[in-house]
Design a protein around this ligand. Sequence first.
Ligand SMILES: Nc1nc2c(ncn2[C@@H]2O[C@H](COP(=O)(O)OP(=O)(O)O)[C@@H](O)[C@H]2O)c(=O)[nH]1
Ligand SMILES: [Mg+2]
Length: 204
Amino acid sequence: MKRLTAKLVFMGSQGVGKSSIITRYIKGDYRKECEATIGASFMYAKVTIRDYTITLKVWDTAGQERFRSLVPMYYRNSDAIAVVFDVSDRESFRQVKSWINEVKKNTDTPVVYYVVGNKTDLVDSRIITYEEAKEFATSVDAHYWETSVYSNSGIQDLFTNIGRNLIEMVESSKRPTNIKLEIDPEEGPNNVKINNSNIKCCTN
Ligand SMILES: Nc1nc2c(ncn2[C@@H]2O[C@H](COP(=O)(O)OP(=O)(O)O)[C@@H](O)[C@H]2O)c(=O)[nH]1
Ligand SMILES: [Mg+2]
């Protein structure tokens, strides 16, 4: 068994569904009334692919402008960045570009970028099409993924795909210095500690 530990940071405007996506993946449910995330918090998410067990340290940032100056602290040393927008909100889509530009300006290790169009259940109020978002993502060397927390679509696969890309990165020569790879001498029980105690939003 090979173990990878990597840092995944969620970014994007307030209200696009970052905390809901993370909570849905980790706890398998969501709450309709989330408090605005203050600052940032992190939790651990586990992804198993092939002979890899990946522990993602998932950081949930706040979208509020007034916290924006704090965000560099959270994306520093990140291995993967998911920038989320709401497919029914053009302003949140416009913001994706500035988040990605900012991270690119301030990072020098390889980072896997994901642009995530959330709330695809809002079919009637949808403004950003799959094609427009995909074309934009390609133009900034990011993967594009769509999710809906309400209809529970795309979320499991988002984390699995991020995991797959991290494995690719580790196996290729572009291996970033901050991804921790451990290879067990032999197959043993999984003892990766999963700690959910840092959930600060959408908890009971
Ligand atoms: N229709 C719809 N609403 C969503 C979805 N995901 C999140 N929301 C709602 O959007 C609001 C903001 O979500 P939240 O996770 O707090 O956004 P954050 O500020 O980016 O962390 C909440 O009322 C959520 O219930 C989704 O997939 N579809
Ligand atoms: Mg939040």
